[in-house]
Design a protein around this ligand. Structure first.
Ligand code: KG4
Ligand code: ZN
Length: 357
């Protein structure tokens, strides 16, 4: 059994968790959303400063909640890519400091790998291979999970990520930030079939559509045109119906591609990850389509869909179990393909000795 203390600061949540393989011993999240809301989105410099102000306290809370001694912790992990570099650097520096101080291995984690591992937290028996639909604020990908650290990206968005589309449409409808949860709530009160909206197909040069790639910017523009048309007609905006129609279109589009991909690659399990995995419309549409094809769909627990440190710890524990340790001179990266995860576990360049014991 491997116990890891993990830190996640890639965007606007300062999160620390202690995870024992797939079991969460503690998980603390300090959200900065109320600070960034007034700017309509995340301001990177403010995010970094806020992480710096809160990280020590959040680490202390996570340790207190788990009720563990340092001697019971086997490794210290932090998200190192992709994300806001200033924000990532705060979490990574804190993790490396703890690793040196307590003489533990340091494990750098890819944020998207964390989102894949969120589903492991409620599925003790889940093992690759499977297909992961990763839908967050910054990414929309179909990932063939072959083994821990071994991923092939089979499909992606050509423009906006799914979560970004939710946030932009919410802004159009004056619903605040982040928009996904509010659209999800309103959609349950609206008619999803009232306004047929595009599914974001990508045309191929020889005709037909790309089977797995998607596009969400056209959908966002279609919602903009629809709201402008309704406003020009002097009508009060039917916000719930627009939200429901938009959500229906995203859910249909993602479901179509995900099921096609699972069937083509003969994968019997689909795992969802990322903030948009919390969306009720997507969950229902995908679950219904998958059951018709005898495909199992696993959703992460709701609290681990959006950014948290437990999913990072879960991925780190798996890497540590396999002897994957990061060098202490590893840096943060704003972008890093999920297919390059193993570059985080290059042989150690920088040796250190500790007098902690
Ligand atoms: O995974 P996440 O916390 O952060 C990133 O790594 O990007 O995802 C945040 C995104 C935001 O765009 C937010 O609007 C969206 O997830 N989101 C949702 C829901 N909850 C969060 N989108 C749709 N429905 C939801 N219930
Ligand atoms: Zn995320």
């Amino acid at each position: 059994m491997t116990t890891v203390l993990s830190i996640e600061t890639s965007c606007d949540e300062t999160a620390v968790a202690i995870v024992n393989n797939r079991k969460v011993c503690s998980s603390v999240i300090a959200s900065q959303i109320s600070i960034h809301t007034q700017y309509g989105g995340v301001v990177p410099e403010i995010a970094s400063r806020q992480h710096l102000l809160t990280i020590t306290e959040i680490i202390a809370q996570a340790i207190a909640q788990a009720g563990l001694e340092w001697s019971e912790i086997d490794g210290i992990a932090a998200t190192v890519a992709p994300g806001l570099v200033g924000a990532l650097a705060i979490g990574m520096s804190a993790a490396k400091t703890l690793a040196i101080l307590h003489d533990k291995p340091f494990i750098g984690v890819h944020h998207l790998e964390g989102h894949i591992y969120a589903s492991y937290l409620s599925a003790p028996d889940l093992e690759p291979p499977f297909l992961c639909l990763l839908v967050s604020g910054g990414h929309t990908s179909l990932i063939h999970v072959k083994d821990c650290g071994v991923y092939t990206e089979l499909g992606a968005t050509r423009d906006d990520a799914a979560g970004e589309a939710f946030d932009k449409v919410a802004r159009l409808l004056n619903l605040g930030y982040p928009g996904g949860p509010e659209i999800d709530r309103l959609a349950s009160q609206g008619n999803p079939k009232l306004y047929p909206l595009p599914e974001g197909n990508i045309s191929l040069p020889g005709g037909g559509f790309h089977p797995y790639d998607s596009s969400f910017s056209g959908l966002k523009t279609a919602v903009l045109r629809l709201t402008q048309k309704l406003q020009a007609e002097g009508k009060e905006l039917p916000v719930a119906d627009i939200a429901a129609s938009f959500q229906h279109s995203v859910a249909r589009s993602l479901t179509k591609r995900t099921i096609a991909c699972a069937l083509d690659y003969d994968l019997k399990t689909i795992v969802i990850g990322g903030g948009v995995a919390a969306n009720r419309g997507l969950r229902a549409t995908l679950a219904a389509a998958a059951s018709q094809k005898d495909i199992q769909v696993l959703f992460p627990p709701l609290e681990y869909c959006t950014d948290n440190a437990a999913m990072i710890g879960c991925a780190a524990a798996e890497h540590l179990n396999r002897g994957h340790i990061s060098p202490l001179d590893l840096g943060v990266q704003s972008r890093l393909s999920i297919m390059e995860v193993m570059s985080l576990y290059a042989p150690t360049q920088l040796q250190y000795t500790s007098s902690a014991h």
